[in-house]
Each structure stands twice: as structure tokens, then as C-alpha cells.
Design a protein around this ligand. Structure first.
Ligand code: OOB
Length: 552
């Protein structure tokens, strides 16, 4: 156990003292903890609904009580301040209970996604030196408890395994516990300080094992508060967690924490498809939710087809996590009867939003602007020099809620942070005169075809204009002569109509695109592989090509 009065977790890189002091003076960091926020809301409006899922409905008083009860029980098990606890749960009410219980203990949830498997969980648990894991039994026909047991067998520090169960009669081994046994009578809990690390988030990085990101109560709550303000949340808000709730976007942008900060309601859907989520929007009166672009496309198409449940409570749909093409952005609002908001953010910190009253060209054509006047952004070339205003380059950032280093990972820090502590986002952007960012892609998303650089995003936008193309991804494939060739993965609008290479090339050429940007190959696939949060995985598409799995 760590000393609760010591906010510094070994391996955590704090902000420089003068900056920390400034962020406090500027009232970004207010000294409140997550537990303080929940307690304040529960005192102000105990009977208001805090959390809803298909099986549960808890008031603020109930959520506050349940999480204190569980914190007390977990303390009995020996868990305490500073302990790292892997949390791998689907979108269900108990997720909120569990994380607030851990916050109250000063234990640090490590936010794993339901899609993570042993190859990710073992290194994550090892890097975090986690002492416990909280997961569920079987969900969507996958046995999470068995996965957790296999992870524990490989990670010696992982002593406790706790399950959120709704399968009466499931046999548990002696040292696996049902969390229901740990809902004790709430006892005294000292609680951490606001400058302490509150949890470990995972990087969304497209390569390798996720890196651990330590966020403090102070810095994260600031981002939650600003997000709630920008998204105009209040006590009437019903935020639907559609994406896996452990991810930074549905967690805090403004996400479930923003809804609770505003005294509103968190609703959770166990799966994000229209078939499940649309009826829940009607049932819970959902007002706002956040989607990744592939889901936004699915929801838009479903709504355009008509005959949906009543979605009229829905006012704002956020799209973020990956670039939302303008073609899709234009359709979301009219189809779903909502205001679209683009969100460009990262677990490391910086989050940009289009504002709800922005003109339509900003909303459909940009990824918004930083949420805080204290965010600093710069666009630099490959040598670190600032580019001319409006030019495209590498986005770097620092600010009151952007980390200064990964958790206990000096090698990653050397790559991802400048000597002055700016975070290198890896994103290629330009900043318009009105301050809004346009994300051109990630640094690795360019195809270098014989020295000519082709932007994947630019070419994808052209392909999306073809009536037979539902979605498109451009990746580079190795070529002995040119270095790379251009491969276009195409999802057909109608599975029976499969666009050929000739069709695609002549379409792109007719749009006035330079000859060297023509795709060299077209691969038609019915579905794109997705990351844990549902973004289209370019990495996996590249891998499929490299493995020859597509017969190329
Ligand atoms: C969010 O967080 P992560 O950590 O999973 O991924 C961050 C990366 C960014 O660096 C960028 O490459 C990409 O995802 N990204 C976008 C984007 N939003 C994120 N690229 C283009 N357009 C966008 N709108 O994905 C995340 C965290 C908080 C809020 C929203 C998203």
C-alpha cells in the first residue's frame, strides 16, 4: 500500500511544479476527486437516476452507497491505495459501481477493453504490476472468467480475481470471488488526494501492446468538466455509453463521467448495433451518445432506411476516434435528427470538439478545436520546426490534462515527448484560420509510392463518392521497385456488386486525381477488421496483405 498523502506514484511523470501551480491558480485543477463529485451529486439530488442499463436503475444515493459498500469489502480483501486493478467489463451498470469503489479506495483501475485477450492483458497486467482483476462471467458467448484465470496464471502479482456475475450456479474455484460477497456495510474510507493518480488508461496506439497512461483526479476532472460544458450537459442529460465504456471517449469526452459531473444520467448498452441501441434510446430517453465512424455509418444507414424506434430524444451524436469523412458527416445529422459533433481526442490528453453552434462547414469539414484555452498545440515539420500557418504537419501538444510521459516507460517517452515535454501525437493536421483542426491522418498512413506521397485519407474520400462503395481504406503494400504500392480495400454498398480495379481507377481518374495516386490493387471485402473500440484497423488490413491472406 502506498502512503495516501503521497500523490506521486513511482513511474508517473508529474507536470513541472510551476505548471502544476499555474493550473491550480487558473482553477483548472480544483482539488476535487471523483469520489467528491459523486458524493456532492448524491447529497444534492439523492433520488435522481444516475445509472441505467437493461437490468438496473440506480439513483445517485444508490450508486454512492453501492460503491462505498464495495470499496469497504475490497479493503477487507486487502486491496488499498495505489493497488492496480485490471477492470475488463462490458457496458453494464456494475462498471460504474466498480470504478467508483476503486476510486474511493485510492486503488487504480486499469481500463481494459472487452476485446483484449491474453496477448494484450498479460503485458498490461505485468507492466502495471496489477494485484487484482475484476471481470465478468460469460458475455456475448465469450468466457471472460476463463480468460482472466489464464492471465493470472502468467502474472505472479495478480492475486485476486473478482467476477461480476449474473449466472447463478456458476462454479467458481476457491480463490475466485463473486463481487456480491464484497458489498459490505460502508466503513470509513480515507480517500486519495486529488493530485494522486486515479487510474491507468491504455494508449490507443496502432502498433504493439498498449502503453499505460496515468491520469490524476485533478487533470482528468478538468477535462471532464470542460467537456460537459462544451457539450452543454445538465441534469436532464441522458448519455448513452455505446462504445466500450473503458475507452477514453465514452468515459470522459464528455462520456459517463461528464454525465455524472453534470448530475445527469448514464445509460449503457451491452452492444452498439442499432438493433440493440435504438430501442434503448427510446426506452431511456437518451439525449447524447458518441460513436466511431464505422458505427456512425451503420446507425446512419439504418436510420435512412426508416422504420426505427422513436429516436426523437436524441439531440447530439458525437463522432470521433478516427477521421469522419465529410461524405458521412453530412448524412449523420439529417438521418438521426441530431446535431453532429466531431471529437478528435486521445487517451494521452488533448481533446478537440466542434461546438454545438458551429456553422455546418466547420461541423462536417473539421475535427474541431481544443477544449481548453490552456491547451497548447503546435504543428511542426519532421525536424521539429513550426510550419507556416495553415500548412500540414505533425501535431504536438501540452496542457493541463495532457500527460508528460507514459507510465514507467522511458523508451516510449523518448519517442513520444519532446525535451520540453510536448506530446507528439503522431497525427498529421493543419489548423485553419478559425482555429479548427483538420486531421489528415496518422504519420504512418501515407503511402510512399516511389517517392510520391499519397494521403490515404484523401484517396479514401474520392472512393467514397462512388455509388458502389460503402467504405474504403487505403494502405501501402511493399513493392520491390517502388517501395510501396497503393492497395484500396473496398466494402461494397451491395455485396453483389463488387467494384473492379478498372472501375475504381477510371472513377478516380475522372475526378481529376493525379495518375500516380491511382490504386494499384483493389481488394473487395465485406467487413473491415476493427480495433477494440471499433475503429477500422489499418494495421490488421496491412497484416492481412502481408500474410497473403487475401490472395494478393
Ligand atoms: C481516441 O483516443 P485513442 O487514444 O484511442 O486514439 C487517439 C488517436 C489520435 O491520436 C488520432 O490518431 C485518432 O485516434 N483520432 C482521430 C480522431 N479522434 C481520434 N483521427 C481523426 N479524427 C478524429 N476525430 O480515439 C479518443 C479519445 C477521446 C475522445 C475521442 C477519441
Amino acid at each position: 500500500m502506498l502512503d495516501l498523502t503521497d500523490p506521486v506514484l513511482p513511474g508517473f511523470t508529474p507536470w513541472p511544479t510551476e505548471l502544476a501551480q499555474r493550473y491550480r491558480e487558473q482553477n483548472c485543477w480544483t482539488g476535487e476527486t471523483f469520489a467528491d463529485v459523486l458524493a456532492a451529486r448524491a447529497a444534492a439530488a439523492p433520488d435522481r437516476i444516475a445509472v441505467l442499463d437493461p437490468a438496473n436503475s440506480w439513483t445517485y444515493a444508490e450508486l454512492d452507497h453501492r460503491s462505498s459498500a464495495l470499496a469497504t469489502g475490497l479493503a477487507r480483501l486487502g486491496l488499498g491505495a495505489g493497488d492496480r486493478v485490471l477492470v475488463q467489463l462490458p457496458n453494464r451498470a456494475e462498471f460504474v459501481e466498480v470504478i467508483f469503489a476503486l476510486f474511493k479506495l485510492g486503488a487504480l483501475p486499469v481500463f481494459c477493453l472487452p476485446a483484449h485477450r491474453g496477448a494484450e492483458l498479460v503485458p498490461i497486467a505485468t507492466a502495471a504490476a496489477a494485484t487484482a482483476m475484476i471481470t465478468c462471467g460469460t458475455h456475448q458467448r465469450f468466457d471472460y472468467a476463463a480468460l482472466a484465470e489464464s492471465v493470472r496464471a502468467e502474472v505472479p502479482s495478480l492475486r485476486h480475481l473478482l467476477l461480476v456475475l449474473d449466472e447463478p450456479g456458476r462454479e467458481l474455484s476457491d480463490d475466485v470471488h463473486d463481487i456480491a460477497e464484497f458489498r459490505d456495510t460502508p466503513g470509513e474510507l480515507a480517500g486519495p488526494s486529488a493530485s494522486a493518480v486515479a487510474f491507468l488508461q491504455l494508449s490507443g496506439g496502432s502498433t504493439g501492446i498498449p502503453k499505460l497512461i496515468a491520469r490524476t483526479h485533478d487533470d482528468y476532472l478538468y477535462s471532464v468538466r470542460r467537456s460537459a460544458e462544451i457539450c452543454e450537459l445538465d441534469s436532464d442529460t441522458v448519455y448513452l455509453a455505446t462504445l466500450p465504456v473503458a475507452h477514453n471517449f465514452p468515459m470522459s469526452s464528455p462520456g459517463i463521467l461528464g454525465a455524472l459531473w453534470a448530475g445527469g444520467t448514464v445509460a449503457l448498452t451491452p452492444d452498439p448495433t442499432p438493433a440493440t441501441a435504438f430501442p434503448l434510446i427510446e426506452r431511456f430517453g437518451v439525449t447524447i451518445t458518441g460513436l466511431v465512424p464505422p458505427l456512425a455509418r451503420l446507425w446512419t444507414e439504418r436510420a435512412e432506411a426508416g422504420d426505427t424506434p422513436d429516436l426523437s430524444s436524441l439531440r447530439v451524436v458525437q463522432v470521433g476516434g478516427a477521421r469522419c469523412q465529410e461524405e458521412l458527416a453530412r448524412r449523420v445529422g439529417p438521418a438521426l435528427g441530431v446535431t453532429l459533433q466531431q471529437v478528435f481526442g486521445m487517451a494521452e490528453g488533448l481533446v478537440c470538439y466542434t461546438r454545438l453552434d458551429d456553422p455546418i462547414d466547420v461541423v462536417v469539414g473539421t475535427q474541431g478545436r481544443p477544449m481548453s484555452e490552456h491547451d497548447r498545440i503546435a504543428v511542426v515539420d519532421d525536424h521539429g520546426a513550426e510550419v507556416a500557418p495553415g500548412a500540414t504537419g505533425n501535431l504536438i501538444t501540452q496542457g493541463p490534462y495532457t500527460i508528460r510521459g507514459y507510465y514507467d516507460n522511458p523508451e516510449a517517452d523518448a519517442r513520444s515527448f519532446t525535451a520540453e515535454g510536448w506530446y507528439r501525437t503522431g497525427d498529421i493536421v493543419s489548423v485553419r484560420p478559425d482555429g479548427n483542426l483538420v486531421v489528415a491522418g496518422r504519420a504512418g498512413d501515407w503511402v510512399n509510392r516511389g517517392g510520391e506521397k499519397v494521403s490515404a485519407e484523401e484517396l479514401e474520400a474520392h472512393l467514397l463518392e462512388h455509388p458502389d462503395v460503402r467504405d474504403a481504406v487505403i494502405v501501402g503494400t511493399p513493392d520491390p521497385v517502388l517501395g510501396q504500392r497503393i492497395c484500396a480495400f473496398v466494402q461494397p454498398a451491395d455485396p453483389a456488386v463488387r467494384p473492379s480495379l478498372i472501375t475504381v481507377r477510371s472513377f478516380v481518374r475522372a475526378r481529376g486525381v493525379a495518375a500516380w495516386k491511382m490504386p494499384d490493387t483493389v481488394v473487395v471485402v465485406d467487413e473491415f477488421p476493427a480495433t477494440g473500440v471499433g475503429k477500422t484497423s489499418r494495421k490488421e488490413l496491412r497484416q492481412l496483405l502481408a500474410d497473403g491472406a487475401l490472395g494478393q
